[in-house]
Design a protein around this ligand. Structure first.
Ligand SMILES: [Zn+2]
Length: 101
């Protein structure tokens, strides 16, 4: 029985989160448990979406001259940065009993 792991998907590219077998996840040493947050299928979609966005942005900037040496290899570098990933939540749970009597 294969162990399942949560694939977080990406709302940005319309990828629904789901559970997938652990073996479907690419290894990612930068992660705490050494596995990616998305399964390979979704990861490919995600990186492809990022690449497309970058291309669109470059085209919008009108900087087409730097596209001369653009080569596409099959291995996208996992360089997804997520700013503000830390959790800061304070517990404001102060219950005071009113003195009755
Ligand atoms: Zn997935």
């Amino acid at each position: 029985m294969a162990e399942l792991r949560k694939c977080i998907g990406s709302a940005r590219f319309g990828i629904e989160p789901h559970d997938a077998p652990v073996e479907d996840f690419p290894s990612q040493p930068s992660q705490k448990d050494g596995l990616g947050r998305m399964c390979k299928t979704q990861w490919n979609q995600y990186t492809a979406g990022l690449a497309r966005e970058a291309k669109t942005r470059k085209a919008a900037e009108g900087d087409v001259a730097a596209e001369a040496a653009a080569t596409e290899s099959g291995t996208p570098a996992p360089t997804a940065k997520r700013p503000g990933a830390g959790r800061t939540r304070k517990k404001a749970d102060v219950a005071q009993e009113p003195a009755t009597g």
